[in-house]
Ligand binder design. Structure first.
Ligand code: NAD
Length: 347
């Protein structure tokens, strides 16, 4: 694994917000397997108790993993959760473009104010690194492919606004308070423990579950939309490498003015990064690949496009490669095989 030889100081403590969710629980597990301590903060609003229990029950992680049930909308909860923490991975947020169009105020409070509370708590507790989840949705209607940091279009949903605003706040915390922040723009992540259920579920787990149950999946649009589907292992690698990336102090040591760090394209800190594999899959091909792999013959139902959805998404990952040393090993095909195997065993 690309990240299994990464070394952090002994007894490092990571705080993972949203650690009861899909990405967060995978981050918690990976960090614990590397031998470090994890504190998980989650309000269980979309996350699952079972994503915590399997770690609490694992004797290998005894005394290494703790869970705080709490809400990042509450500043005091964030302050307490950050006490003694070395690295923050801020994953807590509500996803889903259509739901954000239904609930704009909630997305502002939860995804923007929540992250701001976490930035402030991290600053006051002298956390070493603040790595946070952004999203490919920040590219909005920018048509040029592949999507490249610095070339963003008009935002198409309150969810996209929330993630873009988080990036701007993080930059402020780097500029004014010297907090080392790194934003990770995930592109359609998939893999074990992603929730297959509900109106807002992601397509891959949803299709797998429906096909395994002989149900008819729905495709919004003509199926010719494309995505840079990214397997969870690549996302874990990016998070860990961001925690080890050079920060403001290292920049200053090279004799440069720290006030220029955020604007300096050769400096890792205060930036957002595309985190993807760098491939491009059409949804209809993904669907057909799944039916073949699962040995079923079910035609999908086609529905109109959803408001706020992007037609094509494919990432240029050169910035993350250059400044974080990101080197994704899991192609879509490799990831989808692993995911199918997991869902077959765990659904
Ligand atoms: N999954 C993807 O493809 C994808 C793509 C782009 C960005 N992201 C971002 O990555 C992060 C993780 O996404 P995920 O797919 O694991 O989603 P998820 O819903 O599985 O996990 C999010 C977790 O955050 C928790 N949470 C939400 N609001 C909270 C709050 N106010 N206080 C405490 N906990 C809270 C939820 O209970 C849940 O456990 C999110 O920030 C999401 O926006 C995900």
């Amino acid at each position: 694994m690309e990240y299994e030889n990464l070394k952090f100081p002994k007894n490092s403590l990571f705080l993972v917000t949203g650690g009861a969710g899909f990405i967060g629980s995978n981050l918690c597990e990976a960090i614990l397997k590397l031998g470090y301590k994890v504190r998980c903060l989650d309000d269980l609003s979309t996350g699952k108790q079972e994503n915590i229990d399997f770690l609490l029950k694992n004797p290998d992680f005894k005394d290494k993993y703790t869970f705080i049930k709490g809400d990042i909308k509450d500043p005091n909860t964030c302050m307490k959760a950050c006490e003694g923490v070395d690295y923050v991975m801020n994953e807590a947020a509500w996803g889903s473009v259509p739901r954000s169009i239904e609930m704009p105020l909630f997305y502002c409070m939860n995804n923007i104010v929540g992250t701001l509370n976490m930035l402030e708590a991290a600053r006051r507790n002298n956390v070493k690194k603040f790595v946070y989840a952004s999203s490919s949705s920040v590219y909005g209607d920018e048509p040029v492919l592949p999507k490249k940091e610095g070339k963003e279009g008009n935002l198409l949903s309150p969810y996209a606004v929330s993630k873009r605003t988080d990036e701007e706040w993080a930059k402020q915390y780097t500029m004014h308070y010297g907090l080392d922040t790194y934003g990770l723009r995930y592109f359609n992540v998939f893999g074990r423990r992603q929730d297959p259920d509900g109106a807002y579920a992601a397509v891959i787990p949803k299709f797998i579950k429906q096909l395994l149950n002989n149900e008819t999946p729905t495709i919004n649009g003509d199926g010719k939309q494309s995505r840079d589907f990214t397997y969870i292992e690549n996302v874990i690698e990016a998070n860990l490498k961001a925690c080890l990336a050079p920060g403001i102090k290292e920049y200053e040591k090279t004799g440069k003015n720290p006030a220029n760090a955020v604007a300096d394209e050769d400096c890792a800190v205060g930036k957002a990064y595309n985190i993807a594999f760098g491939g491009r899959e059409y949804l209809i091909d993904v669907y057909n690949g799944l039916t073949k792999a699962l040995g079923v013959n079910i035609e999908p139902k086609f529905c109109p496009d959803r408001a706020g959805d992007i037609k094509h998404s494919n990432a240029d990952i050169s910035r993350a490669k250059k400044l974080l040393g990101y080197n994704p090993e899991w192609s879509f095909d490799r990831g989808i095989k692993a995911s199918i195997a997991w869902y077959k065993e765990n659904l």
